[in-house]
Design a protein around this ligand. Structure first.
Ligand code: NI
Length: 179
């Protein structure tokens, strides 16, 4: 890997990169594809089904999704944007960057998403069910939004408490490192 592709690893709350607006990808080149492949590896190591680039410390508009468990192809989406939303559905979500946190989140039931694929081709996809949910969750990451921001009111207190615990344990860890 060259200097443009730093070693990527999973980033956990409250890392500030998770709150940043990720930047548009201008060129789909070798280093970008390598980074996407690294994202898949990190996602599989952590038993996830979707991952956004900021979650591996790269603030670029890239996401990967593997929902083969749901009979879907594997997706790399570059500069994805939702162009249509339909319906509403609520289901439980989790996130590799928010370990041990779960909550009910309302999402559009179906979305149309425009994106660039790993070959650099413009694509449009109509998605529903789990895939639609994953796309919305991962695009949120590209905008600095976490599912915890969207949990149902009834669970907000519990989720906020979990977030405080994560922040506290991250603080403890960095103190141990400093020692
Ligand atoms: Ni997530």
């Amino acid at each position: 890997m060259g200097k443009d592709t730093p070693k990527l690893s999973l980033v956990v709350y409250p890392a500030s990169i998770l709150r940043k607006q990720a930047t548009i990808v201008k060129t789909v080149d070798g280093p970008l594809i390598k980074a996407a492949d690294a994202m898949f590896s990190i996602m599989y190591e952590n038993h996830g089904v979707g991952l956004a680039a900021p979650q591996v410390g790269m603030s670029k508009r890239v996401l990967v999704i593997d929902l083969r468990q749901d009979d879907q192809p594997i997706y790399v989406m570059i500069n994805p944007r939702i162009t249509k939303r339909e319906g509403e559905t609520e289901a439980e979500e989790g996130c590799l960057s928010l370990p041990e946190v779960f909550g009910q989140v309302k999402r559009a039931e179906r979305v149309e998403v425009a994106y660039v694929d790993r070959e650099g081709e413009e694509r449009t996809l109509l998605a529903e069910g789990l895939l639609a949910r994953a796309i919305q969750h991962e695009i949120d990451h590209l905008n600095g939004v976490l599912f915890a921001d969207r949990v149902a009111e009834a669970q907000k207190k519990l989720v906020d408490q979990k977030l405080r615990e994560l922040a506290e344990s991250a603080k403890q860890k960095s103190k141990e490192h400093a020692r």
